[in-house]
Design a protein around this ligand. Structure first.
Ligand SMILES: Cc1cc2nc3c(=O)[nH]c(=O)nc-3n(C[C@H](O)[C@H](O)[C@H](O)COP(=O)(O)OP(=O)(O)OC[C@H]3O[C@@H](n4cnc5c(N)ncnc54)[C@H](O)[C@@H]3O)c2cc1C
Length: 284
């Protein structure tokens, strides 16, 4: 499809910092399995409002030092002062990190008394501007093929995405989606808006009935008829849902690669098993 790059696609995988030291050990083992793929980087999520910052930093360091894999830490600016942002940035730079995913984040839901710092940034574009002024890191940003839940329209959301790109982002990673046409239309609209940087599709296979409500609520992703059929036909049969959900993800990736996407960003949920089975045929 016109507007999508056609160079060799890159693969990145996303993980989140586990709560316990045992969880970290397990995750490092899971990631060790994924080393057989040509990973561009592992991306490490960051708790909004700075929650769990230490866990993100520790995990980033361990992936770098113990697995020798490149890392792209996420950073959410909601509620963080400029001083805190600079501290995080310098900590990352001192580890040799060269890329960062700049996000706004959302205020922590469990903190009813949450008070953002007086000089906190309002939008991710402000964070990108700040990072660009203080660092030479490559900056990636998030985008939502089916619109960010708080955006009024697809058009205003795209204008705000353009703001992040103009502020200095060099890569876009999308929210998960299950209907490839939504992603492809999104890329076409972005190109018409003058956005020329790579737009990497974010993929999360739907393999359990229990996940559906959570994932769809989080992403507001539409479920295409073929996936709807899988969900209905596998009701009450977990193994059948898992097998069919992975098949569906493979079909999605096959189609996206055929359309010439510049890469795949895989949401692993800290489990290598699904990633290994789904990605094997594409990244031998
Ligand atoms: C790939 C990916 C990774 C993520 N990783 C994490 C993570 O590690 N930790 C975490 O907590 N969350 C994460 N998120 C979720 C993200 O933090 C939320 O979706 C958050 O609500 C929006 O962040 P953003 O950076 O897209 O915000 P923004 O780009 O600031 O957009 C947020 C909303 O504000 C609107 N907006 C932007 N600029 C303006 C403006 N100038 N005027 C008016 N409206 C404006 C946008 O249209 C949008 O509706 C991730 C999301 C994605 C897609």
């Amino acid at each position: 499809m016109k507007g999508i790059q056609t160079t060799r696609p890159l693969l990145s995988v996303e993980v989140f910092p586990p709560k316990t030291p045992e969880g970290v050990t397990t995750l490092l083992d899971e990631l060790e399995q994924l080393k057989r793929f040509p990973l561009e980087y592992v991306s490490v999520t960051y708790g909004a409002g700075g929650a769990n910052q230490d866990r993100s930093l520790t995990l980033t360091r361990l992936i770098l030092e113990e697995l020798d894999l490149p890392v792209m830490p996420h950073f959410t600016c909601v509620g963080s002062s400029r001083v805190v942002i600079l501290e995080f940035l310098r900590a990352m730079e001192s580890m040799g990190i060269t890329r960062i995913l700049a996000l706004r984040g959302d205020p922590p839901q469990d903190q009813t008394n949450y008070q953002p710092a007086a000089d906190a940034f309002r939008y991710a574009s402000d964070l990108v501007t700040f990072l660009r002024a203080h660092s030479t890191m490559q900056i990636a940003v998030a985008a939502y093929p089916e619109k960010h839940p708080q955006a009024e329209t697809l058009e205003t959301d795209m204008t705000h995405l353009r703001g992040k790109v103009d502020a200095g982002a060099c890569k876009i990673i999308t929210q998960l989606f299950y209907d490839n046409s939504r992603y492809l239309e999104f890329v076409a609209r972005a190109r018409r808006q003058g956005i020329t940087i790579p737009i990497i599709p974010g993929l999360l296979p739907l393999i359990q009935h229990q996940q559906i409500e959570k994932f769809v609520k989080l992403s507001q992703a539409s479920i295409p008829p073929a996936l709807m059929k899988i969900i209905a036909q596998t009701e009450g049969n977990d193994l059948a849902m898992k097998t069919a959900g992975m098949d569906f993800a493979r079909r999605q990736i096959r189609e996206l690669l055929a359309a010439g996407v510049p890469g795949i960003h895989f949401y692993t949920l800290n489990k290598s098993e699904i990633a290994l089975q789904v990605l094997d045929e594409f990244f031998p």
